[in-house]
Structure formats: structure tokens, C-alpha cells
Ligand binder design. Sequence first.
Ligand code: FAD
Ligand code: NDP
Length: 434
Amino acid sequence: MGRAFTYVILGGGVAAGYAALEFVRRRGDATPGELCIISEEAVAPYERPALSKGYLLPEGGVRLPAFHTCVGANDQLLTEDWYNEHGIELILGMRIISADVRRKTLLTSGGETISYKTLIVATGARALKLEEFGGSGSDAENVCYLRNIEDADKLVRQMRSCPGGNAVVIGGGYIGMECAAALVANKIKVTIIFPGKHCMDRLFTQKNAEFYENYYTSKGVTFIKGTTVSSLEISFGKVTTAILRDGRRLPADMVVVGIGARANTALFEGQLVMEKGGIKVNGKMQTSDASVYAVGDVATFPVKLLGGDARRFEHVDCARRTARHAVAAALDPSGAAGDIDYLPFFYSRVFALSWRFYGDNAGEAVHFGDLSLSASSPPKFGAFWVSAGRIAGAFLEGGSPEEYEATAHAVRSGVAVPDAAQLAREGLAFVVRE
Ligand code: FAD
Ligand code: NDP
């Protein structure tokens, strides 16, 4: 028994939603058997970033249907009805357990075989578990990860069950920092623990990280750096204490774990060429099999701006743009879509703060602005990365829309920097000209 579709989008996250909208824009409504989305999740594609921000607010938290794709890009809100109205079959709550690229088939957990002519892989990434680093305790009632709505609901339940209590946050990356801010908003005392020297150490410079750590500290958050949790003490199914490698014991009413993500490539290992932890694609987002495209967190693609270097990004803007590009390329095999020309862009919002990053944090970092906490409110500062005499990357906290736009433009065009001291002195004015 099986069904056949011309186009199958595997995965029902951010990239899937943007791919569906692009499909309808280019082709009109799908005809029966033309396009389906298969997702393990029970709901239509949504803007995942909301889960660590609006979803966790103590009051008036955002809930579906308000954040289905594609509202994050100020575009149409695609509810389940939208997919029905446009002839797109949504197969929800269904896991694909194996794929046969040669035969062009997928096998569902329900035992059904689904065949395709063109496949768009949008399986995203999964949260790494403590157990993968020799730890334990992930199954405890009050240990939370954050990747999907179920995780977010568990996190909300745990926060509500321990007002004024203690949370231990393991990991000082995106999840750790965003969840810590949400926990504080929910009046929970937070200790963040991570092995590195400072938070967000793959993106933030020491100087920028210091600002955010000081800001969080002023909100009551405690940082424990350069170590990890060695074990969690559990009583009646709940963690009571986190024990650090150096023997310190921290009382815990709840634990949030954000220790990185891994792209969901397993279905295609040994069938498609892999690179840098993802599925290798060309500038059309096409894999080593011409019938299969890969997009979003799972795709490693050549970034023109970085000299064609193959990169994989775990960020929402990339999911949106690569999805649209793959659909454009798949619907017009003449090659008219060309190769993707992507400007890497990430952002985060915590407390009253908000930053954006563009490009590559390669080369010498030149800081600008005032990073002291007592400075005028709201803060505005950042860093440019200068490589081979040009701006290669930029980080900006507290920019206006015009300033962000000018910063992005400076990175994209690789503005020349003859004198780093001038760049440091002028800061944003160097790229924002009247
Ligand atoms: P996903 O959105 O993860 O979707 C993957 C989909 O595939 C899921 O529906 C999954 O269930 C499904 N799937 C996987 N395997 C199978 C299978 N075998 N069978 C069926 N279905 C399957 N980025 C930013 O730039 N800014 C932010 O502020 C930001 N906030 C974030 C907050 C959170 C809590 C998280 C988890 C991520 C955040 N990100 C953010 C990252 C961003 O959300 C991801 O980069 C983006 O979701 C990637 O889109 P995707 O479609 O590739 O993967
Ligand atoms: P990150 O990779 O951002 O951060 C992982 C953190 O965990 C780092 O601080 C790392 O420290 C630490 N760590 C690694 N191993 C261990 C360990 N064994 N014990 C304790 N700490 C450890 O991953 P996240 O989990 O924060 O995020 C998961 C995914 O969600 C990513 O894809 C991310 O891009 C995405 N996301 C993006 C957001 C955004 O763009 N605003 C917001 C939320 C999520 P060190 O670096 O020192 O090794």
C-alpha cells in the first residue's frame, strides 16, 4: 500500500512552511497528488523561534495559530486550513523511519510507502541529550529540553510549578541564554553552567559576552563557567540537585538543557553525500542525488559571499531562504533560479535587548559603542570583523531598522577598512552615512 506525490517535503518546520508558500506563489494551488508535507509534529509548520521567547512569557504567552509560518517574515499566516485550501496534503504526526533514494520512496512509522519524483528534505535538527555526553537524567519530570511545542509546554508547566524556585540551566548558548531570560521573567532563580570561558563563545567576543553576562547578573542570574554538571541527583522521578564536576551541589527545582543540536541526517547516511554535519548541496540546494533537495538546518551549502565555502547554519533566516530557493530551483530545472547568494544572518532577543549578526566572525574584531551597563539606555554597541582589509562580519546590539540595514549592506558589499582605528572611532557611523 502506498501513495505517490510529485513533490514531497519531508519535515514540517520552518523551512517546510516557507517552501509551501513559495510553491503556491510560483505554481498556484497544488493538484491532487502533487505536493505533500510529512511531519512528525502534530501541528502545521510554525515559527520555531517563538518557543524560547513569546511562548514562555509569564502572561499572555503567544500560542498557535498565531505563530504558524510565515508570520516571522511578516508574510501570510499558514494555518492547517490554508494547506487544505491550496491542495497541499499535510501528513502530520507521522515519522518517516527510512528512505530509499534510489527507489524514491519513504517509509512511514505507520507502514505506508510514500513515493516522490522530487524530495525536499527539511528535517531540521534535534537537541543533544545529556546522555550523549555521558550524563543521565533526561527523562526526569523536571528536566527540560526545547525543540518543539511539546518541549515548550513541558517547560511552561515546570516554570509554573516552582515559582520563586531554583533553575539550573546547562549550556550557555542560544537555548541557555534565551531560556534563562524567560525563567527570570517567570520569577525563577537561575544558575547557568557551561564549559567555555564565556557565554555564546562561538559568536560573541569576550568583550560582548561580558556585557550580556553583566546584564544577566544584574537580573539575578548566576554564571558558573569552565565546568559542567557531572550528575543530577533524582528523587521520586525529579531532579533535586545538580552536582558539578568540582563537587559543588546546586539545589534544583527544574533543569533546562541546551547543549547543542545535531542535524537530522540519519535517514540519508550512506545514500547522499554529507559534509560538515549536514547533507551536502549545491547552489540550487540540490543534493548528490538530482531528485533530492535539502534545506534549513540540515543543509550544508556553498556561501558565495564566503568564497563558496560550504556552511551549515542552524538559524531561521537560513531555513526560510534556502527553502524558497530550493522550490524555485526544483520548479524550474532550466537553471533560471541560479545559485543561492546568501548573507548569513542570526538574531536573538532577551529581556529588553536585541541583537543581530551578519556575515562571518572571521578576522580581527573591532568593537564600537559603549558596553558599560550604566550607559544610556537602551544600549547600542557592536563589533565589526575585518578580514583582508574588508568588513566580513558585524554584530549590533540595539540598532534601528536603518542601522541594521546599513550594517547588513556593509557586510554584503565588503566595505574596505583602510584603518581599523578609524572604524573603532566611528563605529556605526562608518557604515551609516547620511
Ligand atoms: P525545523 O524547524 O527543526 O523543522 C524540522 C521538522 O522536521 C520538524 O517538524 C520535525 O518534527 C520534522 N522531522 C524531522 N525528522 C523527521 C522524520 N524522520 N519524519 C517526519 N518528520 C521529521 N533561529 C534564529 O535565527 N533566531 C532565533 O531567535 C531562533 N530561536 C530558536 C528557538 C528555539 C527554541 C529553537 C529550537 C530554534 C531557534 N532558532 C532560531 C533556530 C531555527 O528555529 C531553526 O534554524 C529552524 O527552525 C530550522 O528550520 P528547519 O525547517 O530546517 O527545521
Ligand atoms: P549552542 O550550540 O548554541 O550552545 C550549546 C552550549 O552548550 C554551549 O554553551 C556549549 O558550551 C554548551 N555545552 C556543550 N556541551 C556541553 C556539555 N556536555 N555540558 C554542558 N554544556 C555543554 O546550542 P543550543 O542548545 O543553545 O541551541 C540548539 C539549537 O537551537 C541551535 O541550532 C541553535 O542555533 C538553535 N537556537 C537558535 C536561537 C537563535 O538563533 N536565536 C535561539 C535558540 C535556539 P561551549 O560552547 O563552551 O562548548
